[in-house]
Design a protein around this ligand. Sequence first.
Ligand code: C2E
Ligand code: MG
Ligand code: MG
Ligand code: MG
Length: 292
Amino acid sequence: EAKQLGRNTFQWYNRDLNKELGRQLTLRNELQKALTNKEFELYYQPQFDAQTLELTGVEALLRWKHPTLGMIAPSDFIPIAESSGQIIPLSEWVLETACGFAAQLLLRGYHQLLMAVNISSLQFQRSNFVDSVATLLQKYQLPAGSLELELTESILLSHADSAIEKLHQLKALGVHIAIDDFGTGFSSLSYLKHLPIQKIKIDRSFIRDVIRDRHDAAITKAIISMAHHLQITVIAEGVETKAQVAFLRKHHCNEFQGYYFAKPMPAAELELLLGSQQTEEQLAVLTSEREQ
Ligand code: C2E
Ligand code: MG
Ligand code: MG
Ligand code: MG
């Protein structure tokens, strides 16, 4: 009977696997046309100062609006694009679009805004990566200090020596570096000490249960305190509730990003939000309304 069950499970697994492979193949083919058909768009999710609730920056997040399949999530197509190499032209488009938009915002007088861009592993590993960043800054007359590159721990750990050298070159340019999804990789404290980074983004998985789970609370507090001792700024990802905000404030987290404040939005919507110059009071009203 157990055998029978095993076989059924295997068949189910197999069927699911085939379906999944089919989907991946479809997406891979569709990706080929998507750039030329202009199916991609960048959304921007605001980041806020924990104390003043001023908008300090935005993270550019890729969206694929397929004409028939609808909206496809980055987690569904970025791994595919990475394994096929399609991530290279796609990442170039992302970086260029984000820099262009950041330059526009600067021209409109939003001087303090940081534009954060996710960098893929393949993109970072390319020998011309630093040059390509410098070229874009030049092209859009964007001060390097307005650009923040988000790298994951695994990117930094996989090619440690050349990665650290690149970070120093980027730092020399004046570009900011943030470590994304922090806590999910295996960075040791001593390793962090050698990295020229400005910011750590605490992964959403720790923030999610930070109120209920004392382990997540302990990890979050430890990350903040360690980062501050190293003069590194801390932003919490995935902040969704008032209780999380209170906890993070109490433990001196510097910045917030999450649905509680704002979801990722199209460029035009972000401009409206910036134009409306929401004060802390207005934001507080907005969020308290959302709470009910
Ligand atoms: P990430 O860089 O960690 O981005 C944060 C993700 O968390 C985004 O998902 C964002 O929409 C989501 N998020 C933000 N606040 C909340 C919240 O309060 N609750 C919940 N449940 N989610 C929240 P998204 O846009 O689906 O992106 C997923 C991942 O895909 C990103 O994680 C990043 O690793 C990757 N990605 C997105 N855009 C790009 C890109 O342009 N280039 C590269 N290489 N990767 C990208
Ligand atoms: Mg990110
Ligand atoms: Mg993240
Ligand atoms: Mg992530």
